[in-house]
Write a protein that binds this ligand. Structure first.
Ligand SMILES: C[S@@+](CC[C@H](N)C(=O)[O-])C[C@H]1O[C@@H](n2cnc3c(N)ncnc32)[C@H](O)[C@@H]1O
Length: 238
């Protein structure tokens, strides 16, 4: 059984629950970098785990490109929103198949409550682990344990997709800092860790991930604030 949650975990869950209880928490659109990633694929993703799936905005889209998409989050309110979003987007439902006599279903999206540090899955279960804006809310020291857990549940040769706020984001140029509310994204989430993209890539390489590639992505908002993201893709060692 997972260890009891710490006070910090409880506080974090409460702030996320407040976010997902508002209309703003009902986000349906997937991250554009994930859309590009799926667009480059030449075959279905297989079994996918999205850690910290939040409202399910990425999960329903991942389900369309995989055989099975599993979303976990430690916030029950988020999971209820994700259930609604995935249902609205037709996950696991019969879809059109123009071939006579054929029936066709979209991949299901399965949701579960879990802490990203203690994933309730056997080793080597997934072909891809996706983390979009989740590890950015974890202390830098804890990133190694978190990515090690992702590696455990990935099959050898499985892929990792990370989307992480990084240095250069307005309001902070170094280390772990308070989230600048001016970014207007998830100010209620509190502290955000802003490493360099290179530091993130090195963390993955240090754990044995291979073929790690990093890209930058910046969004500039009308008030001049900038959100800088790293997009990382890599492969769990064979
Ligand atoms: C910024 S939101 C991102 C949600 C989603 N990935 C997206 O891109 O829309 C971060 C999410 O991570 C979840 N989360 C944070 N820490 C977690 C942990 N230790 N275990 C599971 N979920 C966590 C939060 O509840 C929240 O839903």
């Amino acid at each position: 059984l997972p260890a009891p949650m710490t006070q910090t975990d409880r506080a974090a869950r409460a702030t996320w629950a407040a976010h997902y209880a508002t209309p703003r928490g009902f986000r349906y659109h997937p991250a554009e970098e994930l859309v590009r990633f799926c667009g480059r694929l030449r075959r279905p993703l297989g079994r996918v785990l999205e850690v910290g799936c939040g409202s399910g905005a990425n999960l329903w889209f991942l389900a369309e490109h995989s055989e099975l998409a599993v979303g976990v989050d430690f916030c029950g309110t988020a999971l209820r929103v994700a259930q609604q979003v995935c249902t609205d987007r037709g996950c696991g439902q019969e879809t059109r198949d123009s071939r006579p006599g054929h029936r066709c279903w979209t991949a299901p999206a399965v949701l579960a409550a879990a802490d990203a540090f203690r994933l309730p899955f056997a080793a080597a279960t997934f072909d891809l682990v996706a983390d979009l804006m989740v590890s950015q809310h974890v202390n830098w020291e804890a990133h190694t344990a978190l990515y090690g857990e992702y590696q455990r549940v990935l099959r050898p040769g499985g892929g990792i997709f990370l989307y992480h706020l990084v240095r250069g984001t307005t309001g902070s140029l170094e280390g772990e800092t308070d989230h600048p509310a001016g970014i207007g994204m998830f100010p209620e989430a509190g502290r955000v860790c802003l490493p360099d993209a290179r530091q993130l890539a090195d963390r993955l390489r240090g754990l044995g991930f291979v073929g790690v590639e990093e890209r930058g992505m910046t969004r500039t908002y009308p008030d001049g604030t900038r959100a800088c993201y790293a997009v990382l893709e890599g492969t769990a060692h064979e």
